[in-house]
Design a protein around this ligand. Structure first.
Ligand SMILES: C[S@@+](CC[C@H](N)C(=O)[O-])C[C@H]1O[C@@H](n2cnc3c(N)ncnc32)[C@H](O)[C@@H]1O
Length: 264
């Protein structure tokens, strides 16, 4: 089953309007593969018919699934480990007052937020802390809130943390691990679109905004980063992905080291 050019444009325009992400002609095979699975699940044998239906006003639920499926949610525990070392060192100098709050601004299925939580719990012990994760995609937010992952995802977690904060399942869950209650009690996830007005989630000492800006054009990046910086406390840290430099955005940011910023 092939996707016509007309349907490809209709779907990618719709996705762009929803997420701000532009999927170009080089992504035709990827889009087709993901639509194919959605069409099968919805009982459609023809891709163009499926697209016509999914984009119609009577298929609002399908549109949520479509956006979910077209976003790239790749993530893993302790991705770009330098940031977690930097965070650990920063915590040593943290004097308070109040809770130490961190925002994972495109949290995907939660691995980034729980990695942060392991470092916070370990360094801050009984002092108050909180991690908020947000993402555009409802399905990854649901996964993140469960805190349950296949054991194969544990690979990047340093053994020290794995032993303390990852609970190995039994029986039907033998191939899974659950994030420890002492992490889950301090971490929560909700949907939020970085291109729209952000929810009232408060102010943060550290914001992770990693591996998401890569999808946006320069004006959208600038808009997102300046909106996000309003949530960063004075002296707070912003981490971007190492492949996403913010230096050309002409924003009042000071670079502390590659992919680590603060207010200028
Ligand atoms: C590649 S993942 C990055 C996850 C994690 N930050 C990391 O570095 O491993 C990108 C995430 O950005 C989310 N995303 C894409 N566009 C978004 C938007 N406009 N608002 C909020 N999240 C968005 C996607 O749903 C996806 O989960």
């Amino acid at each position: 089953m092939n996707l016509s050019q007309h349907s490809f444009v209709a779907v990618t325009d719709f996705f762009h309007a929803q997420s701000g992400i532009r999927l170009g002609p080089d992504k035709l095979a990827l889009v087709q593969g993901r639509l194919q699975r959605l069409a099968n699940e919805a009982g459609h044998t023809d891709l163009d018919t499926y697209v016509g239906w999914a984009l119609s006003s009577s298929a609002a639920d399908e549109q949520v699934r479509l956006v979910d499926r077209l976003t790239t949610n790749e993530t893993y525990f302790f991705r770009e480990p330098e940031h977690f070392q930097y965070l650990g060192a920063h915590l040593e100098t943290w004097k308070g007052p109040g809770a130490f709050r961190v925002w994972s601004g495109a949290s995907s299925s939660g691995e980034e937020a729980y990695s942060i939580a392991m470092v916070l719990r370990d360094r801050l012990q009984q002092r108050p802390w909180q991690v908020v994760g947000t993402d555009l995609s409802t399905s990854v937010v649901d996964t993140a809130n469960k805190g349950l992952y296949p054991l194969s995802r544990a690979e990047g977690i340093p053994e020290y943390y794995r032993k303390r904060y990852c609970l190995r399942g039994h029986g039907d869950y033998a191939q899974h691990m659950l994030m420890a209650r002492e992490l889950r009690d301090h971490v929560h996830f909700q949907t939020a679109n970085l291109l729209e007005q952000l929810p009232e989630i408060g102010e943060f000492q550290v914001i992770f905004l990693r591996n998401v800006l890569i999808y946006f054009d320069v004006p959208s990046k600038r808009e997102i980063v300046s909106r996000v910086m309003k949530k960063l406390a004075p002296g707070g840290l912003l981490f971007s992905g190492h492949s996403e430099s913010l230096v050309n955005l002409s924003l009042p940011l000071k670079t502390l080291q590659p992919a680590v910023y603060t207010h200028a």
